[in-house]
Design a protein around this ligand. Sequence first.
Ligand code: V3L
Length: 85
Amino acid sequence: TMDGYQWYYEGLNGWWQYDDRTSRAIEASFQRDDKVCVLHISGQEYAIDLEQMMQARLSDPMRRRRIKRDLVTIPNKGVAGLSIQ
Ligand code: V3L
């Protein structure tokens, strides 16, 4: 669906995959060349900045993380906080 790509946000010593719904929403914005999209993710609103490649909480913009679009096959920590062992 996404040509073997996925969206990731930064965690401690690695990258987490976004949940599928969020990842598809970010991809749609990316394909439209949007600069930013605002998404509801696990009870919080986040601005996904596709120029800076960062996510930040709307209610607390200091809470920023890097994001990236990369192959689904890269090593990662899991999906949206659910660890892979
Ligand atoms: N999807 C799901 N949960 C998120 C996301 C997101 N895009 N962004 C933040 N959170 P903040 P390690 C992460 C969660 O940035 O051990 C991971 O998913 C975030 O969860 O201040 O550091 C893990 O569950 C955090 O719990 O808004 O790699 C957890 O951190 C909370 O929102 C630990 O991961 C505050 O993040």
